[in-house]
Write a protein that binds this ligand. Sequence first.
Ligand code: BTN
Length: 327
Amino acid sequence: MPNIIKNEDILKFLKKKSGFVSGAKIAAALGVTRAAVWKKIKQLKKTGYVIEASRSKGYRLTGAPDFSIDEIKNFLSGRTALIGREIIFFDTVDSTNAVAAELAAKGCIEGTAVIADGQTAGRGRRGRAWVSPPGKNLHMSVVLTPDIPPSDASLLTLMAAVACASAVKKLLPLTVSIKWPNDLIVSGKKLGGILTEIKADMDRIFHSIVGIGVNINLDACDMPEEIRPTATSIKRETGKSYPRTEFAAGILEELDRWYAVLLNSGKSPVIGEWLRLSSTIGRAVKVASGSNTFAGIAEGITDEGMLILKLPDNSLKKISAGDVVYI
Ligand code: BTN
């Protein structure tokens, strides 16, 4: 049976050195024919790679698309065990969370990641829309099927917030913190957020979709006026565009690490790291939850991820969902 080669197999060769690589050499190393290599090269060119072809010298990569499935796989190459085992990439979808939920309902493998260049109906927490123009940001949803009770589902959000903040810290010279429950904050503004949606009955989670949105190359002029004062992006903070491919791979890697920590070592390391990265605890805050707003001091979080608020009369109130404003 002929060997089946993947785009990323060819890319590995082309990226190894800056000069030409002969088609015969690639074909021999992968155990395929030169025609099969050429076929893959043509496919890669269609997806935005710029590859020079010379009869005598072979192939040379001179340009890669800014954001593509092959680039993400290339960056990730084996750095994760579970998250991103399957990656599905779209130019445009309504919402990656909606697509991931459909795939999960059909039984896709755990760790499947749905990534889109842009979304037409990106959703945020509490029924809000999420600004998702094409060519700018990261929109990614990951399917998880943890064996945890539905009451612990918020831990997935905390875990994802820890993973995203860790990835930002690893990749960029930015001081990032987490605002309860899941806002990524840089310079006091929102860089990204997480929307976790679950399908569950009383006893078990069938699947959970962890949706991650991070503003990467969004300029202030791309932001609707109402979010401009409170939102930021990596480009706004650093003054430079950042490659989304590297960022997506970095997030997948940290998600893989922190999800394994949650499954293997339980809640406490995740909660511990969340507390270390959080800017909420100890602060005077206002929390809008349902139709109520509570003001007080954020004292901590419970084992299920609820915010513990100390009210002016010194009583403690646990809040399971809401929006925090620092006062
Ligand atoms: C928030 O409101 O803070 C959460 C925003 C989550 C947005 C992401 S973008 C990828 C995924 N798909 C969606 O429709 N929403 C999430």
